[in-house]
Design a binder for this molecule. Structure first.
Ligand SMILES: [Ca+2]
Ligand SMILES: [Ca+2]
Ligand SMILES: [Ca+2]
Length: 459
């Protein structure tokens, strides 16, 4: 009797357990839809040990997820996390995301690249008075690290993924950084300023993506065309143009200061060095090739219609750079400024002589003679015939041991014979052509500096 009772209880137990198993399976299946893979057990917002990943996987749609009382848990990393923006949007809308800390759980779980700059920034990018989240995703790559910045709509729009830096720039991005979120167009809505670096061997350039909704609701890239930066050392947002609208102020790294790998690459004289400590100073090696370097600040400013970039070189340290400034003023048509700068350069004994520092034939006398010759040309252009003759005479007399001094003599005697400036210039060029090699050597200030041709002297 007792045995029969035990048998009945045992049968009942098996029956009840079967029902429970069916209920569990039904529950799991009712949440299954193809698409998003999530964990069956909600996790807290704190990072989860990836080894604790549940073996029970169910799939669901975002609608079901957001209605789930437990919230939407972090989805498994797709094979390419950069393409996982839609999954993250659903996760954000699901209520469990640690948005305040820029989703540390996602960084850990999806094995995103650790970054120094901001991971995410929050602001009203599209101008509807509700805040978007912009979020940097990047993974380790073989040569450069591919990445993107996702733009998630405001919470009322369920954090819809509505664009990305790749889409806005219309190209693949790598070594991506969020540089800032700042209104640089004066409409009170911030632009997202993002940088991307592309490398060709050891040489890298950076570009900016300036994602803006200034002209309407669609986010577009307002970055000036052809903006190419060596390497951003420092980026700030400050009004340097005095129009009450912040400008992007970019300072670039000087490649001769710290990039020893480039130096080794491009110097043909360096072979395998058995003892690295006896390698010559990298700065000198590189500067020998590049020429004298100069810090340049790039300022990107709003013009009312578009963003424009201006390059502002640092004050000259070398006389060569002052000559370049004078040439630049001349080429821009500012003859008064050109005249002043050429005359300054002609008399300057303070600025450094790069060629002399490199152990080459000193360059100062040629730079001074050239500058005075050019000052004479500017005087001629502005109708000061007497001053033209004075200056040419001064070059020829005082700096006669330079090829520019000799050239000034040819030009001067042609004018004194009554020739027109075109003829005087042609005679001068014919003379310099016989000294072509010497002329080229005189103007060799490295590959990073402007060249000076014979036909640029008196035209
Ligand atoms: Ca908004
Ligand atoms: Ca703006
Ligand atoms: Ca400004």
């Amino acid at each position: 009797m007792s045995i029969r009772i035990n048998n009945s209880l045992s049968t009942l137990n098996i029956f009840l357990m079967s029902i429970m198993i069916i209920m569990v399976l039904t529950s799991a299946c009712s949440r299954s839809e193809p698409g998003v893979t999530i964990r069956s057990v909600p996790i807290p917002a704190t990072p989860q040990d990836e080894n604790q990943i549940s073996t029970t996987e169910v799939t669901t749609s975002s609608t079901v997820q957001s209605q789930n009382d437990d919230g939407v848990v972090l989805p498994f990393a797709p094979s390419n996390p950069i393409g996982g923006g839609l999954l993250v949007a659903e996760y954000l809308a699901g209520g469990l995301a640690n948005i305040d800390d820029c989703l540390p759980e996602l960084v850990e779980d999806w094995k995103l690249l650790n970054i120094e700059n901001d991971r995410c920034l929050i602001g009203d990018v599209d101008g509807d008075d509700l805040d978007e989240i912009i979020y940097l995703v990047s993974v380790e790559g073989e040569s450069t690290n591919p990445g993107d910045v996702w733009f998630f709509d405001d919470s009322q729009s369920a954090y819809r993924l509505f664009t990305s830096a790749r889409a806005v720039a219309n190209e693949i991005l790598s070594n991506v950084k969020i540089e800032g979120l700042s209104d640089i167009t004066g409409d009170n809505y911030p632009e997202a300023i993002i940088s991307s670096e592309s490398c060709n061997g050891e040489l890298c350039t950076q570009k900016l993506i300036i994602a803006s909704a200034h002209r309407g609701l669609d986010i577009e890239n307002l970055s000036p065309k052809n903006l190419s930066l060596r390497s951003i050392n420092n980026i700030t947002f400050e009004d340097v143009t005095d129009d009450d609208i912040p400008d992007i102020v970019l300072k670039e790294k000087n490649i001769t200061n710290d990039d020893t790998s480039i130096n080794t690459e491009i110097n043909p004289e360096i072979t395998v060095t058995p003892e690295p400590e006896i390698t010559p100073t990298p700065t000198l090696i590189s500067e020998n090739i590049t020429g004298p370097q100069r810090d340049i600040t790039t300022v990107i400013s709003w013009t009312g219609l578009r963003l424009r970039s201006n390059l502002i070189p640092a004050e000259p340290e070398y006389l060569f750079h002052l000559v370049v400034d004078a040439d630049t003023a001349y080429q821009s048509g500012d003859l008064e400024k050109a005249k002043e700068l050429y005359k300054n350069a002609a008399n300057n004994t303070e600025l450094r002589d790069w060629k002399e520092e490199q152990g080459k034939r000193p360059g100062r006398i040629e730079l001074q003679a050239y500058s005075l010759f050019r000052a004479a040309i500017v005087e001629q252009r502005t109708g000061n015939a007497a001053e033209t003759l004075n200056l040419l005479s001064a070059v020829n007399t005082n700096l006669s041991n330079s090829i520019h001094g000799l050239a000034a003599g040819i030009y001067l005697s042609a004018l004194q014979k009554g020739e027109v400036s075109g003829t005087a210039c042609a005679e001068t060029e014919a003379f310099l052509t016989t000294l072509d090699t010497f002329y080229k050597e005189t103007w060799d200030y490295g590959i990073e500096n402007p060249i000076h041709e014979i036909n640029q002297l008196c035209r």
